[in-house]
Design a protein around this ligand. Structure first.
Ligand SMILES: Cc1cc2nc3c(=O)[nH]c(=O)nc-3n(C[C@H](O)[C@H](O)[C@H](O)COP(=O)(O)OP(=O)(O)OC[C@H]3O[C@@H](n4cnc5c(N)ncnc54)[C@H](O)[C@@H]3O)c2cc1C
Length: 515
């Protein structure tokens, strides 16, 4: 299943990808979209008899709940290292110059919610690990007894905090050989050493990665940049060329949806959710509200399909001879995929890549390391980064499913317009290939035409304006910087005076962080 896709990745495309060529919507005739009712009535492969349609319907219920959750202060901040070097190859010289690749980090840690304060304070005082906690006082924990399925960035000088809501996942322009190399190396992690009989787990690994790829492609085509209007919006042709035309890619995305939902359900059923304690401060009062929102979100999912197995039966995997070794290899390879994220040149893509790979890694950890009926679940550890990533990954999948249903409506409209021979606005795309209203049978030149002189002039003018704004903001910030500098010095001298300086305390590093 799907393995030809992997091998086809080994050859680089000789011509531009098909989405840059003009395609009539009629060329997407034999896709799941052309027989949507039939397609969505079928059972999702490897699920517990759950159909696409059932997920589509329940997602209508889940969408507002998960949207509310990820907008909560607790779930919207993510901590990561954006500057880590790629551990796999040295020619990681590429970088994304486009401003949509940038990430707005929270530079003043005092603006972070209370829950992050202990660790930022620890960072400043030279404590380079998560604050130690006793079980039950705070869900951030530095001591982990459970095996991890992904690498989580440790806290150090390069740690940044990001508001996910203010840095949405969307089209950035990142592509070409650089992103191709990343995807290729991710799919290459699917080459297990244990022989062909472990086909089940191999397929599962491939489908997981492909489902994540599908979700990323869905988001970037759902929020695609229109160079003319400078607005982000759905681009049907891009979507069809990357996702809509591939039934297997669609199915892999729905499998990931089920997988992450099942992990959330299991977290609740094993009692781990109840045991989680949020840090003191803002969140303690919200704790029970956030927990009951999470429970309410996943509650109806177990009533789908074969209820005794609930969405997906993880116990069918890793059952054959040598399963232990296979599971270990699977885990190590997934950890490698998470490390590949440090090779992504576009910061915005790296951010969302890390959020999602951490979310999937957490889901795998819950599915394969947490036993519902075992007292071991008492020892199961989950950090706040993992919980935040898990919920945000579920949101990504939920938004993907909602977007797919929206694209289906756009597809029907475009088809109807083409049938009538009338024009349709959904067929316009970013690169101006089809920038005139599209009428049936008109073929536009193949290739990627750049923006005009006027666009370039306006873009440059905009850059100059932004540079001036930056200078103005810097002057405005100057008194605050001086104030912070004096305050830090005074605190330092006071601590020295009362003999209370931590041995690793480095005032110069503190200046760097503050400035
Ligand atoms: C971790 C990561 C995050 C990214 N995030 C963003 C982002 O937020 N915004 C953005 O604009 N770009 C993002 N990108 C880039 C984006 O994914 C594409 O690589 C880029 O748009 C170029 O697309 P493409 O058409 O060349 O094919 P790609 O999407 O790069 O795919 C390469 C090849 O993989 C195969 N393939 C494609 N989809 C699947 C699938 N679902 N399952 C199996 N095989 C498949 C096809 O053979 C295809 O030719 C990200 C890339 C990575 C690696």
């Amino acid at each position: 299943f799907g393995l030809q896709e992997v091998s086809s990745l080994e050859q680089k495309p000789e011509k531009l990808p098909p989405q840059y060529e003009y395609q009539s919507i009629h060329q997407f005739e034999n896709t799941p979209f052309s027989s949507w009712d039939e397609y969505t009535a079928t059972v999702i492969k490897d699920s517990a008899n759950v159909t696409f349609e059932e997920i589509n319907l329940l997602n209508v219920y889940a969408r507002p709940l998960v949207t509310r959750l990820i907008n909560e202060n607790f779930f919207k901040i993510f901590r990561l290292n954006l500057y880590k070097e790629c551990p796999f190859w040295s020619n990681s010289q590429g970088f994304c110059m486009h401003k949509s690749c940038a990430v707005d980090t929270i530079d003043d840690w005092k603006n972070l919610p209370d829950i992050w304060q202990p660790e930022t304070l620890g960072r400043i005082e030279g404590l380079m690990h998560d604050p130690p906690t006793t079980n039950g006082s705070c869900i951030a924990t530095g001591i982990k007894s459970t095996k991890d399925y992904c690498e989580i960035d440790e806290i150090n000088d390069e740690t940044v905090y990001v508001n996910l809501v203010e840095n949405p996942e969307r089209f950035t322009g990142y592509g070409g050989d650089q992103s191709f190399q990343i995807w290729q190396s991710i799919y290459n992690e699917n080459c297990f050493n244990l022989g062909s009989e472990q086909c089940l787990e191999k397929n599962f690994f491939y489908r997981l990665v492909s489902g994540m790829h599908t979700s990323i492609s869905t988001h970037l085509t759902n929020e695609y940049l229109d160079l003319k209007t400078k607005e982000y919006g759905p681009d049907l042709r891009q979507f069809m060329a990357r996702v809509g035309d591939f039934p297997d890619r669609l199915e892999n995305l729905y499998m990931n949806y089920i997988l992450v939902a099942k992990a959330l359900i299991k977290l609740e059923q094993a009692g781990v959710l109840d045991r989680l304690r949020f840090c003191d401060g803002d969140f303690q009062s919200q704790e029970s509200q956030l927990k009951s929102s999470l429970k309410k979100l996943v509650e109806p999912f177990c009533e789908l399909g074969d209820t005794s197995r609930c969405l997906f039966n993880e116990n069918t995997l890793f059952q054959s001879d040598g399963a232990g070794q296979l599971k270990e290899e699977f885990r190590e390879r997934f950890v490698n995929v998470s490390r590949v994220m440090d090779c992504v040149h576009c910061d915005r893509c790296r951010l969302w890549g890390k959020v999602q790979i951490t979310g999937y890694g957490t889901a795998l950890k819950i599915l394969f390391e947490l036993d519902n009926h075992d007292s071991l679940s008492e020892d199961f550890q989950i950090s706040k980064i993992e919980l935040i990533a898990l919920v945000n990954t579920f949101d990504r999948l939920s938004k993907s499913v909602a977007s797919i249903n929206n694209f289906k409506q756009l597809y029907d409209k475009a088809m109807a317009a083409e049938e009538d021979g009338t024009t349709t606005s959904v067929s316009e795309d970013t690169f101006g290939i089809t920038s005139a209203p599209v009428a049936k049978d008109i073929k536009f030149p193949v290739g990627r035409t750049g923006p005009g002189l006027g666009d370039i002039f306006m873009e440059e003018l905009n850059n100059v304006w932004e540079a001036l704004c930056f200078l103005y903001r810097s002057y405005k910030l100057f008194p605050k910087i001086v104030y912070n500098w004096v305050l830090i010095r005074l605190v330092y001298y006071w601590n020295t005076f009362v003999g209370h300086v931590h041995e690793d305390f480095d005032v110069n590093r503190l200046y760097r962080l503050e400035l």
